[in-house]
Design a protein around this ligand. Structure first.
Ligand SMILES: [Zn+2]
Length: 611
C-alpha cells in the first residue's frame, strides 16, 4: 500500500487513503481482434529531463480499439493529467485518436500494425515531498514506468509485451521485469506485469544476495545532497530480513526480487517482485535501522496482498476496483507478520516484547470505540471511499486487522494444542491462491478453521462481518494471559492532563478546503456537533488552509481554553464555541493468570519467543 506522509493517526503511518477517481460509465465494448504483442520504447532524453517519451507499437491492432491508463488498486495519482502529444500512425493510412474519458482513448485507423506516440511530463516535487512510488525524474535518476508511464490496449491485457528503455549515458536500470536480449530490453507476460514493475533508473549502486538460490538485489539511487551511511550494515540487515521472511512463509513467490531504494523521497509501495521505498540517507546515518519496520511491512506484502490478494483486485482495469472487505487482513495482518519476522530475525522492533506490543495494540484499539462499532469488513470497504463512508466514526483497518490477526493466532494455538499458528493460515492461502485467483472472506475463514481444528464461523460472524467489541478473554486464556484494563485521564508527555484534540482533517485538495474527520462522536468536536466532512474555515479567527497548520493551532490549546471554530455543514454555515476539556484513555496490562495450566504456559513461551 502506498505510504505517504499523512496528518491523521487513524491509519498506519505509512499507509493512506488516496482519493479514487470514480467514473460512472465504462467503455462500450469494441469487437475484439487478436493482438499478437505490444512493443514499447521508453526514452529519457537527457539527465535534465523531467519527463519521458513513449512509443507503443501494436502488432495486430483492430481498425477500432481503445487504449487506457491502468488504475492502481490502491491509489490514483491521476497521471493522465501529465500525458501529452498522443498521436497514432500506420504505414497504411491515417490514425485518429480521440479522448473518451480522462483515462480512456479511442483509436481508429487501418487494422494491423499501429504505432502510438506520447509524452508524460512528470510533475517535479521538492526532494522531501517526492513520493517514492510516483513516477518522477531528477538530474541523477528517478522512478519511471508503472501505471504512470504505460498506456495499454484494452482487451489485449495478456498479449506479450516487449520494452526497450533508452537512458542518458551512465544511467543504470533496475526493475523486476525479465531482461531480454539487447541493452535496456525487457519482456513481460502482459500489461499487469509491465505496470507492476517500476523501473528505478539513474546513478544506482547495487548489491546482490541469494535466498535458497533465488536472486535478490538491493538498488540504491542516491542524490547530490545525500549523506554517507553504513551501507554494509544496511544491506546485511535487509538480507537478514529477506532470509527470515522467505523462511517464515516457506517459499518465495517470485523468480527474482528487487529492493528499489531512493534517497530523498518518502513512502513505499509493494509490487510482484520488487518494492519501492523512499529513504532519507540522513536518517540511516543517524539510525541504520530507521526504516526496518517499513521495509518489513512492504516486503511481507509480497506474500500477503500482492500474491495472495482480494478477489476484486485481480486483473488490470482503467477504473478503480470495487471495494473489498478483506483489507483488514491484507494490511493489518501484514503488520502482525512484519513485527514477527523482525523478531525472528533478531532485528530491532518498536516494542520490547510481544506482550508489550499487544498491550499497546489493545490500548489503541480500545481508545477508539469506532473499532467496535464499525465492522472490519466495513472499514475495509470504506478504503478509497469518501471520508464520511463510516459516518462520524474513524476506525483503522490496520488497528482492527492486527488485533484480529493476534486473536486468531492465539485461537489457533489454543485449538491446535500449540501445533499451528497464523503462519500456517498464510501458508494455506499461498497454496490455494495466486495473483490470478484471489480470495474472499469465506476463504480466510476456512483456512483459519482448518489450522485451528475448530469452527471459526462464530468469530468471523461476530467480529469481522458485523460490528462487535472484541472479547479478548477467551483467546488470551489460550496462552494463560488475562487483561487488566483501567481508564484514567490522558496525560501529556510532561505528565499533565492532556486536552482533547482528537479531531483531524483530510489533506486539503487543490482548493485548500479542509474537511473535518471526527474520530468518534464522544470526542470534544463530536460532542460540539461537528461531523466528518464538515468544512473548517477558521479557528479563533485564523483562516485554516492545511492540515499541518490546523494541527499546530490545536497543539497550542490547553484545557479550559475557549475555541471558536467556523466552517460549514453542507450549505449551512456553522460557528461554534467550545471549551477545551481533557479526556480519559485506557491502559492495558497483560498478566499471567495464576491458574494458567502448564500447556497454556508452554504456548505463551512459544508465542513470546516468536515461534
Ligand atoms: Zn501496507
Amino acid at each position: 500500500m502506498p505510504h505517504p506522509k499523512r496528518s491523521s493517526p487513524t491509519q498506519n503511518p505509512w499507509c493512506t487513503i488516496a482519493a479514487a477517481l470514480l467514473l460512472a460509465i465504462g467503455p462500450r465494448p469494441i469487437a475484439a481482434q487478436a493482438v499478437r504483442g505490444v512493443d514499447y520504447t521508453l526514452q529519457v532524453d537527457s539527465a535534465g529531463a523531467s519527463g519521458i517519451r513513449v512509443e507503443m507499437r501494436i502488432h495486430g491492432a483492430a481498425a477500432e480499439f481503445r487504449i487506457a491508463m491502468v488504475a492502481h488498486t490502491e491509489y490514483d495519482d491521476e497521471y493522465w493529467r501529465y500525458l501529452a502529444g498522443l498521436r497514432g500512425e500506420s504505414a497504411r493510412g491515417k490514425v485518429e485518436v480521440t479522448r473518451e474519458d480522462s483515462t480512456l482513448w479511442r483509436v481508429r485507423g487501418p487494422a494491423g500494425e499501429v504505432t502510438l506516440h506520447y509524452r508524460v511530463d512528470f510533475p517535479v516535487s521538492s526532494p522531501m515531498d517526492q513520493a517514492a512510488w510516483k513516477a518522477h525524474l531528477t538530474p541523477s535518476g528517478g522512478l519511471i514506468g508503472g501505471p504512470h508511464s504505460f498506456l495499454y490496449y484494452v482487451g489485449a491485457e495478456h498479449a506479450p509485451v516487449g520494452l526497450t528503455v533508452i537512458l542518458p549515458a551512465g544511467w543504470k536500470i533496475v526493475t523486476g521485469l525479465h531482461p531480454a536480449a539487447g541493452p535496456g530490453s525487457f519482456t513481460a507476460s502482459g500489461v499487469e506485469q509491465l505496470t507492476d514493475s517500476p523501473l528505478l533508473v539513474g546513478l544506482i549502486r547495487s548489491w546482490r544476495f541469494e535466498v535458497n538460490g533465488v536472486p535478490h538485489q538491493i538498488a540504491w539511487l542516491g542524490r547530490a545532497a545525500g549523506v554517507t551511511f553504513d551501507t554494509s550494515r544496511f544491506v546485511g540487515t535487509v538480507e537478514r530480513l529477506a532470509r527470515e521472511t522467505v523462511g517464515m512463509f516457506g517459499r518465495t513467490t517470485y523468480r527474482d526480487y528487487q529492493f528499489l531504494f531512493e534517497d530523498g523521497s518518502h513512502g513505499g509501495l509493494e509490487h510482484r517482485n520488487s518494492v519501492t521505498i523512499g529513504i532519507q540517507s540522513a536518517d540511516l546515518a543517524r539510525d541504520p535501522d530507521a526504516y526496518l519496520g517499513q521495509i518489513a511491512h512492504e516486503f511481507v506484502h509480497t506474500w500477503n496482498e500482492v500474491f495472495v490478494r482480494p478477489r476484486s483486485w485481480i486483473g488490470v482495469r482503467h477504473l478503480p476496483p470495487a471495494p473489498t472487505g478483506e483489507l483488514w487482513w491484507s494490511e493489518g495482518v501484514t503488520l502482525y507478520f512484519a513485527d514477527l519476522v523482525l523478531r525472528r530475525a533478531g532485528l530491532p522492533v518498536r516494542d520490547s516484547t510481544r506482550v508489550a506490543r499487544l498491550e499497546r495494540l489493545m490500548t489503541n484499539y480500545l481508545a477508539n470505540p469506532s473499532h467496535a462499532l464499525v465492522s472490519p469488513e466495513q472499514t475495509s470497504r470504506a478504503f478509497n471511499q469518501p471520508p464520511d463512508a463510516t459516518g462520524d466514526y474513524t476506525p483503522s483497518m490496520f488497528a482492527q486487522g492486527e488485533m484480529l490477526g493476534t486473536m486468531l493466532d492465539l485461537m489457533i494455538r489454543g485449538g491446535s494444542g500449540g501445533r499451528r499458528t497464523l503462519v500456517d493460515v498464510m501458508k494455506t492461502l499461498l497454496a490455494r491462491f495466486s495473483p490470478e485467483h484471489g480470495f474472499a472472506g469465506a476463504d480466510l475463514e476456512r483456512a483459519v478453521s482448518e489450522a485451528c481444528a475448530c469452527e471459526a464461523d462464530p468469530f468471523f460472524e461476530r467480529y469481522v462481518r458485523t460490528p462487535g467489541a472484541l472479547d479478548f478473554g477467551p483467546w488470551l486464556a489460550a496462552v494463560g494471559l488475562r487483561a487488566v484494563v483501567s481508564w484514567a485521564p490522558a496525560l501529556s508527555p510532561a505528565g499533565a492532563p492532556a486536552p482533547d484534540l482528537r479531531v483531524w482533517t483530510d489533506d486539503a485538495g487543490a482548493d485548500s478546503v479542509l474537511r473535518l474527520r471526527i474520530w468518534f462522536p464522544g470526542t470534544q468536536w463530536g460532542r460540539a456537533g461537528w461531523h466528518t466532512g464538515d468544512r473548517l474555515d477558521s479557528l479563533n479567527g485564523v483562516a485554516m488552509h492545511d492540515p499541518q497548520q490546523f494541527r499546530r493551532a490545536l497543539d497550542q490549546l490547553h484545557i479550559g481554553d475557549t475555541v471558536r471554530a467556523v466552517g460549514a455543514h453542507g450549505p449551512a454555515s456553522v460557528s461554534r464555541m467550545m471549551i477545551v476539556t481533557g479526556y480519559d484513555r485506557p491502559a492495558v496490562r497483560l498478566d499471567l493468570r495464576p491458574d494458567a495450566t502448564p500447556a497454556e504456559r508452554m504456548r505463551l513461551a512459544q508465542w513470546t519467543s516468536g515461534r
